[in-house]
Design a binder for this molecule. Sequence first.
Ligand SMILES: *Cc1c(COP(=O)(O)O)cnc(C)c1O
Length: 470
Amino acid sequence: MIDVSFQQDHFEVVPTLVQPTMVEAIKSQARAQMGAKTQLLPEVYALPVSQILQDRLASFDPESEDFEAENAFYVADLGEVFRQHKRWKALLPRIEPFFAMKCNPDPMVMRLLASLGAGFDCASKNEIQAVLDLGVDPSRIIYANPCKQNAFVKYAHANKVRLITFDNAEELHKIKRFHPDAQCVLRILTDDSKSLCKLGLKFGAPLNTTGSLLATAQALGLDVIGVSFHVGSGCFDAHAFGEAVIRARRVFDQAKDYGFDFKFLDVGGGFPSAHVTEGITFEKVAGILGSTVDALFGPEVRVIAEPGRYYVGSAFTLATQVIARRTVTSDGDEAGCSDVAAAQEAQEAPEQGPSHMYYINDGMYGSFNCIMFDHQICEPKVLYRDGIFSYQASPASPDELLGLASVWGPTCDSIDCITARARLPLLETGHWLYFENMGAYTITAASQFNGFRKSEVLYTTTEAEVSFRV
Ligand SMILES: *Cc1c(COP(=O)(O)O)cnc(C)c1O
């Protein structure tokens, strides 16, 4: 049993989905009992994701005066995060996961991972503070941003966060000045050409600079304890991990010349999410990474990783309502998201363009910023249509019912397009679409542009082992 209660925070398993008004009543009562200072956590249901979706949709009252009632919403399955953690422990038992919280700093995910004993990869003062506020020991935090604001380095120092990365000489002088007892980790550049998000453009010391960096650190009397790297987020070549570990080994050997005895290796992030079941799977990465690490590093070396996407990618499902529809006339040219996408797709499918444009209540400026920033492809599926709930129905709709449509977010900007071409049955305002695997790099970077709110999260756990108790 994993008890996810933390300090004075309390969880409660609510067996069935209660009406939102009742939730409010329960919350205010609890607030009164526990004192105003206590942060009240949201309910965590113990129901299948489909049940939460269905109950939520069923709870809408079209006559209600609640102007937020039909907003898009997420269902987060904390059980899925727990399964990913177990899988990690089984396949990479030697490597300690430090969750890269920028990927999704959801407070419940954070609490669950904290109670499971995971560490955290933080990049700013606020991220560090959020983890410390959970009661996590500072030794379980790595400040893994190689280029830091002075004040944040001071903050790390004041709060005893000692693990800290660097990749340039200026940063070493900064660390010397504001955090002289830091345990410094040298982030090296690796080949990220096989990744969607190439972090090497911004960070990582090329191997021809590591010697002079180590010399500088030695002259400053700083403690450099090891090496980190990041193969790039959305990595699609498992061998990138093995090659990066070989590079790290070279820097371990080089460090001896400068009087350092490295005992710390951080293999970064880039691990695929659970919904990736072909090509680069976690099993493949773990096989290559685990064996390379064991072959090159003795048991005296502590090894950590910074998985982000891996933990949360598959744990969040987003439900959105169709708020408007436009029927495209045959001579109109208003169907494509962008000229490029339209031109590309016209080559692939020379038939006619989309016949309908659907507008939904979350978009590119909200959860779907992942399309722009994280190169994700988001596939709409029908959740609710004509009184029928069709979550994970197969086939979703008979082929003859499907037409070509484009799907757009709610803002007034034309960049706010989710997909230029989707095969969907005819939908109407009030129908719902859902998107799976929306946990990574979505809500975390959502804005409130044009006055649209971030989609709220409902929580459930599909693992009985994870208990949320009062
Ligand atoms: C973003 C980031 C991660 C997480 O990357 P994923 O691809 O989500 O696993 C890990 N470490 C650092 C330093 C990062 O910037």
